[in-house]
Design a binder for this molecule. Sequence first.
Ligand SMILES: NC(=O)c1ccc[n+]([C@@H]2O[C@H](COP(=O)([O-])OP(=O)(O)OC[C@H]3O[C@@H](n4cnc5c(N)ncnc54)[C@H](OP(=O)(O)O)[C@@H]3O)[C@@H](O)[C@H]2O)c1
Length: 329
Amino acid sequence: MKIAIVGATGMVGTVLLKVLEERNFPISQLLPVASEKSVGKELTYKGKKHKIVSMLDAIAAKPAIAIFSAGGGTSLEWAPKFAEVGTTVVDNSSAWRMDATKKLVVPEINASTLTKEDKIIANPNCSTIQMVMALAPLHDKYKMKRVVVSTYQSVSGTGVKAVKQMENEQNGIKGDMAYPYPIHQNAIPHCDVFEENGYTKEEMKLAREPQKILDDRSFSISATAVRIPTSGGHSESVNVEFIEDFDLAEIRQILHNTQGITLQDNTDTNTYPMPIYANGKDDVFVGRLRRDETQQNTLNMWIVSDNLRKGAATNAVQIAEYLVEKELV
Ligand SMILES: NC(=O)c1ccc[n+]([C@@H]2O[C@H](COP(=O)([O-])OP(=O)(O)OC[C@H]3O[C@@H](n4cnc5c(N)ncnc54)[C@H](OP(=O)(O)O)[C@@H]3O)[C@@H](O)[C@H]2O)c1
């Protein structure tokens, strides 16, 4: 089938092409789209050169699926135009996530809600996906009451410009800044823009998106999002209070049995998730499981995942695969 990749030259777009190739997604014609400055340039997919086309040319080709990762403004403007010609859009930006008429999908959790009528489907925020992957099976069993999460987020989550800023600073080169401060040897408690309540937009995504994905507003989430100088994946310290009491061995078993989760939890062997191991992998890694000894029914855990893979590209491709498998496109 014809498939458009909007933002094909970016951090997420590049990984998307890799994931489509690895999973042998059935593509008859690939339409890579980027900004006007990139139109006409070439990129390689499955060993063949492909010309980057304009948004209008991609729409004229009426692809079955368009996967967007080109920023919220681009999605707001162009996703409806693809939808109008019958294309199903899977959007990686935050543009449509909290729109009540659009589904917010992590395939392992709620792909079954998708229908042929869903022409714009939102991919959740990268930090949300990895957290909700671990929380969903535990919520099913013990019912979450409150979650407190602190993130340690990779510069690859901000895009090409941020990775360049970190590399320049590591090499003592002056260049464009993606952040208001140096990121090398620093931790910046500021991901995305500040909102009126003093939280950042990233923190509010972590608070709101899981409720929509799990279709449950009975629990609350408080988040602090921090950018750190790593590039392989996001890490999260998660404290979760449940309504029901739990058994740690049972929690380990549940996570072990959950598709898409790899348990790395053995303090005897210093086994725990880290971005250098999650980098380039599709799973969400969970470890450091322990009871919070200060409060009843409360668990601490550490969650790491490659933000460009399960946090963006892999999740989007899994949605596309579901659409094909269920003949929804
Ligand atoms: N990085 C992550 O971990 C992550 C995770 C989840 C979601 N996302 C979301 O995915 C999107 C892209 O993120 P990224 O990190 O890949 O950013 P990026 O590296 O800066 O790439 C941006 C891409 O968008 C293209 N683009 C920019 N303006 C465009 C326009 N007007 N029309 C068509 N294409 C345009 C760029 O093309 P040129 O090369 O021509 O400039 C480039 O291909 C963002 O919405 C981000 O929030 C990112």
